[in-house]
Design a protein around this ligand. Structure first.
Ligand SMILES: [Mg+2]
Length: 162
């Protein structure tokens, strides 16, 4: 626990995968294609709290979805990287652009596409229902699943670690 806190304390940039982290990973599909993704208000409030505490928030997702853009706008998340196939490269570029060292970067992901980004970040976290391979390598596993408060758990932990 102390080691986890020590890793979480310097974080000033929180980067989130979207599907399976801010959502439960499900997509509602209608005749026109992707119809809906569901986000948690509690996660939204957690992100507001960390930002108030001076932690910048960013999203990196493989998908390009109008719902993600809308949600990011609503949450006032400036940095939204979509269509990313190499998340570690995207994370490193973003950290460099924002002048952050690895130790200052937290990354949250739920699936194997996030593995390298999680290994690169100074603090790695995942939802309770992340893939087993991911749960095996992160510093912190949220009590709640993706889309159901996982991000809030991680925000709360980062705030307590400061
Ligand atoms: Mg995901």
């Amino acid at each position: 626990m102390d080691d986890m806190r020590e890793k979480a304390a310097p974080v000033t940039l929180l980067v989130l995968d979207v599907d399976g982290v801010l959502t439960d990973g499900r997509v509602y599909v209608g005749p026109e294609g992707e119809a809906l993704k569901v986000f948690s208000m509690r996660d939204g409030h957690g992100l507001w709290l960390v930002r108030e505490a001076g932690i910048e928030v960013a999203l990196i997702t493989r998908e390009d979805s109008v719902f993600v853009r809308r949600r990011a706008e609503k949450l006032k998340i400036e940095h939204v990287i979509t269509g990313s196939l190499d998340k570690r490269a995207a994370l490193r570029d973003l950290a460099e652009r924002l002048g952050r060292r690895r130790e200052q970067v937290a990354y949250v992901g739920d699936d194997v596409i996030d593995l390298e980004a999680l290994q690169w970040a100074g603090f790695a976290a995942c939802p309770a229902d992340a893939e087993e391979e991911i749960r095996g390598i992160v510093d912190f596993i949220a009590e709640r699943p993706g889309g159901h408060g996982a991000v809030r758990d991680i925000c709360n932990f980062l705030l307590r670690a400061r």
